[in-house]
Design a protein around this ligand. Sequence first.
Ligand SMILES: Nc1ncnc2c1ncn2[C@@H]1O[C@H](COP(=O)(O)OP(=O)(O)OP(=O)(O)O)[C@@H](O)[C@H]1O
Length: 950
Amino acid sequence: MLEGGGGSRDGGGKGGGWGPRGGGAFRRYSPSSPAAAAPEPSSGNSSTPRVVVRRPLVVRLTKDIVETFQLCNPNFKYSEALNPKRFLTNPSVGVANDGYDNSNSDLILHMNSVLVNIDTKQRYYVKDILGQGTFGQVAKCWVPETESYVAVKIIKNNLAYHRQALVEFSILTMLNEKLGNDEKRHIVRILDCFIYKKHLCISFEMLGSNLYELIKMNHYRGIPLSIVQVFSKQILQALVVIKEIGIIHCDLKPENILLSTSTKPEIKVIDFGSACMEGRTIYSYIQSRYYRSPEVVVGYPYTTAIDMWSFGCIVAELFLGLPLFPGASELDLLKRMIEILGGQPPDYLLREAKYRDKFFVPVGSIYRLEEDEACKGRSAYRILTEEEYEKRRSEKPMIGKRYFNHVKLEDIIATYPYRKNLPEEEISREKSDRLALVDFLRGLLEFDPVKRWSPMQASRHPFVTGEAFTCPFKPPPETPRIPVMHTVTIEHNPGVGHWVAAGLSPQVLNTSQRIPHNSPHFQMVPLSHGTNFGSLGSYGSYNDNAGPGSSYGSYGDINNMHSYFSPVGGPSGINIHRQVGGSFLGVSPDARRRPQVSHGNGFGVSPTGSLGPMSLGASPSQFTPPSSQMQISNVSPGKYGPTSPARGSVHGSPLGKAPAVGQYNRRRSWGYPVASSMQPHENPSQQWQGHHSDSISCSHPEAYSRGHFGSPSSTLSISNQSSWRQRMVPTSTNQNLPSSTMFHTNMGSSHSSEVSSDKLESSPSLPDPADWDPNYSDDQLLQEDGFEVNTLASGIANNLRLGKATDPSLQSGVGKASHSHGRALPSSTFVSSNRRPDGQYQAYPHTEYNPQSAYDMHAGYSRLPPISQNSPSRFGQQPVHRYSQHSNYMRGEQIYQRGQALHSNYAEADSHSSPNEVFGSGMSWGRRGGHPISTTVPSSHGRKDYGSIS
Ligand SMILES: Nc1ncnc2c1ncn2[C@@H]1O[C@H](COP(=O)(O)OP(=O)(O)OP(=O)(O)O)[C@@H](O)[C@H]1O
């Protein structure tokens, strides 16, 4: 760079530095200036330009560049808007929604994009992408007012995803309300919800890495038991609440448990996008395979107990660093369970299981009585051998390698290498802790869902409480009842309903649906009129005993008992307009049956205090006047994209989350005939024998009631959570909800929706899962149950429309209320669908790999080191491998990697690490002296190469 001595402010640049501050480098441009007019001669006189090299060139060229330019030209003005955009969304070419959306229906985001909640004027400045998937994108956003970051999930401009996101929103809002400001809350906070450019946006508190990433950072060595214990306790606290309000998460796995940004070891459960209500289980293809419960695998009606199975798998994996059941296929998964745990799913369950014959063969009379002494201990079914399976299905089952040196759970845990240099007394303490762990896992990984411990029971285990473990744990009864009058207040509003101002009912009952007989689940359930319970948490139920239809949150009688789900009243972004007697987001799946209900018979359940009318689980009378009939389309939910837990579905769900496919083969299918999912609760007089117990009886199944959620006065509004750090939305008496996301019930509009949706779904074919999923078969695309078509999300979407269009974007697209249909329909892109031979549709998102996804979700939030794009999230890996079989086993591949890495790394074991070191520098804890992996495969693949586990 030339420095004109004459022009230099410090007299020839002597000691003046370079640039505007140092002077000497530039001077204001002036046409009359000799320097500007003509270069100075390069002779050796005093005005000879000279090269000044004081700081690195790049620094000199860029530091204070704006001021430098302004010095040169006072008219120069810096405008960020003129900067070239750094796109965060890929592809970044706008092809729909006036150029705002890409071909995947994703909102095209770039650095510093601003998302605005039009109602509250809250602005979110996009700084990065935290995750991208079929649902849309999760962006890390800056909120200037609070000077903090939030995670905003921006849903694709697509009806199916939109609906599904509403379900997630509803459920999370409900959970958030339930939790209030509970210190011990371990469920992600939802902060705001709004529509921006036709995209539903949900903002969450910002969290850090997930548990899988944590394990990975620890080189797939288990984390110390003390940490496992802390996390277990917290996850259980979350599960207690989730169960209390009758929700099944359906996708619990390490990836969906995130570390909080606090300095304590604290986790939060995320991703309720697959969740459903107990008793309203539509989809049988749920849960990520490694964490899939046996009853789900064999197709038996499931309950919240499936989350406990997943939880057991997670606990084991946290300790071992490896998944306990890394099944390469469902047969393999079952075989591993049977091998490691001993035993198998009980006969009563197999008898009723939809897919029993796919995995089991009868080896005796299936009608023999379990109590029959001669048959005791012997099952009427045996799992198929690989050969039998192949013969039956004309395809070889995928069988993965075994990674542990031992077969039985007890041995795997006991022989897992201790951390190096552990003092003797530490070793003996850990030995005892491991015994407790085994006992704990036994209660969670119980084949019989009835005997499997509930969250409340598990949380009493010495492994969690830290008490000395001496003998097999006998859990307390599940739902000890407490007198209702001590816990609830009831308002009676004739014609409107009752509101139990406390708690939400945990359990759903729909006795009108298939109830397996001869099942410990159901056979002992003496139902009678008026014995429907709206239970209050897991500690009590309210027995109104007032006759048919008088149950809280349910209606009907023994033959037709229904429950409701009207979860949202609204967090800040959502409003509910009550029309024709009430409106709700998350209508009752039973809507079609409402005519059966007599007006005013039902009761609603409402959380205490802040909630007004219109409850979640309100009586039908509150939702639907006798004269009006909520109609929900009879078409299959899947047709429109089930709101399924099966979002990730590679198999079926139009919401198929392609990105997730690569990691877990998250095959899911559509609903199966919903069977009643009564959750028995034990007769208080009976003592559970824990997992050793054989005697389980069901007393009254609890009617599923829902506390009011979304009252108009509402209260449920997120903005009421005054202590929330991220309080985006000003408390407003006007339901705190942005007009942009107001929902109106639209009675009787289902048919039109059907038509609309049909159109949407008629797009061209996409890859068939059969092409890449080894386990795929058409019959696994589960048929939808006609009744259950109208479930949670379906209800939400089919019967609501986005109202008040203060957001211009609502004039069309997702936000647009269809006059005739009353439905929110995206104007532009929809998930491509593929009509299957069985008449159902499948839709697949056009998700592409996003090379830009080297997201640093940790920066500034977690003390954990940043994770490279290719390492951590099994979801973060986008669909390069989407339709590849290999992609399904990516994690297995990692196991190979682990096997290799272990040998070199274990020497640095730090035996004295404390739990808190997890969050301190490095991962100095959890290192072990060896590893129980028996099969070490040459690691020719890098982490990016997602090879097969087998
Ligand atoms: N509150 C949060 N804080 C930080 N990151 C988050 C948060 N919520 C989500 N993420 C990131 O975004 C990713 C996707 O979020 P989420 O799991 O809710 O979406 P999803 O479509 O349901 O994903 P999945 O395919 O894993 O089921 C997560 O894996 C996580 O990395």
